[in-house]
Design a binder for this molecule. Structure first.
Ligand code: IPM
Ligand code: MG
Length: 369
């Protein structure tokens, strides 16, 4: 089969990690006889430099013309980069939000999984880790505080900033349905996270999730307040299967979950709409401090490419092959710097490699079953 993949390399480490994901995809295309055509799309700081805006209408049209989009990362150092002196709607992140909204990518899937081989990179105690954990964060991506009306103005001589958090029942229902559908393919448990002791939007969230849950009698579900969830993620991460939550809570909890797995460099993500189209990106940022040094971990991007094969192209065996190759590389003792063990004794037992070498090692291990 032939697929057209939009590629947003972006800023910082973006181009480096995307190059490795393409290397692995090319290996899949050779092994399985597919054709992947790539189309470069500008977004983020590089688009600001080239066009004056973080995402042009042409770039949105280009993305729409592809079967899926693979992205690296966007943005720079918020303290030093000239992009952050621009108006908020002209900054790099505004491009990403505009793309999510224009393509209606309301369902964001962020799997957090502890690899057996990376237990030593996990900051939690052994008795908490136990046999490891495996959860899916389902984050609503096109509503809530990110997209509500906002302004900053002087009221009675005092500067006042306002952000609004709005959800309607349809927006909640469609992400809840996705969450329960995914739970049916996993361990059949949904933890819906909200702040219903304070927020109206959370009370509506709870009501709608309960209605949806009634259609899934096999799925166990519970409600959890977001502050408690933040605590439970480090106290007992094993309890979670699918975490279903709104945009801002999901942003925060997914970073926390990724750190619990050892490194944000391992966490992939998929942003989906009602069609087979998806935007696939690592959950980490552009890491400007290490950009250009060839040391960034490309695994989250490689695993995002695997998610693309699975969710947008229905190529399950190919996705399995990538995931197996990543596991094998870790088993064979290769690590990028962010997932190196801390203890000197254990460091001696593994080999530290750079971004490109990690990509080569994964590609070499791609096998047709
Ligand atoms: C993420 C990022 C984005 C978000 C930023 C870059 C706007 O943190 O994808 O989690 O907050 O959604
Ligand atoms: Mg985030």
């Amino acid at each position: 089969m032939s697929y057209r993949i939009g590629v947003i390399s972006g800023d910082g480490i973006g181009p480096e990690i995307v190059a490795e994901a393409k290397k692995v995809l090319d290996c899949i295309s050779r092994t399985y006889g597919h054709t992947f055509e790539y189309e470069e799309i500008l977004m983020g700081g590089c688009s600001i430099d080239a066009t004056g805006v973080p995402l042009t209408d042409e770039a949105i049209a280009q993305a729409l013309g592809c079967d899926a989009v693979l992205m690296g990362s966007i943005g720079g150092n918020t303290a030093t980069s000239p992009w952050y002196k621009l108006e908020p709607h002209l900054r790099p992140e505004a491009g990403l939000l505009k793309l999510r909204k224009s393509l209606n990518l309301f369902a964001n899937l962020r799997p957090a999984y502890l690899y057996e081989e990376l237990k030593e990179a996990c900051p939690l105690r052994d008795d908490i880790i136990g046999d490891g954990f495996d959860m899916m964060i389902m984050r609503e991506l096109t509503g809530g505080l990110y997209f509500g009306a906002r302004n900053t103005k002087e009221q009675d001589g005092v500067l006042t900033a306002t952000d609004t958090l709005t959800y309607n029942e349809n927006e909640i229902r469609r992400i809840a349905v996705r969450g329960f559908d995914i739970a049916m393919k996993r361990r059949k448990k949904v933890t819906s996270v909200d702040k219903a002791n304070v927020l109206d939007s959370s009370r509506l969230w709870r009501k709608v999730v309960e209605e949806v849950a009634a259609d899934y009698p096999e799925v166990t579900y519970e409600h959890m307040l977001v502050d408690n969830c933040a605590m439970q993620l480090v106290k007992d991460p094993k309890q979670f299967d699918v975490i279903l939550t709104e945009n801002m809570f999901g942003d925060i909890l997914s970073d926390e979950a990724s750190m619990v797995t050892g490194s944000i460099g391992m966490l992939s993500s998929a942003s989906l709409n009602d069609t087979r189209f998806g935007l696939y990106e690592p959950s980490g940022g552009s890491a400007p401090d290490i950009a250009g040094r060839g040391i960034a971990n490309p695994i989250a991007t490689v695993l995002s490419a695997a998610m693309m094969l699975r969710y947008s192209f229905d190529l399950d065996s190919e996705a399995d092959a990538i995931e197996a190759a990543v596991k094998q590389v870790l088993k064979d003792g290769y690590r990028t710097i962010d997932i190196m063990p801390q203890e000197t004794g254990r460091r001696a037992a593994v080999t530290q490699v750079g971004t490109a070498q990690m990509g080569d090692l994964i590609a070499e291990r791609i096998k047709k079953p």
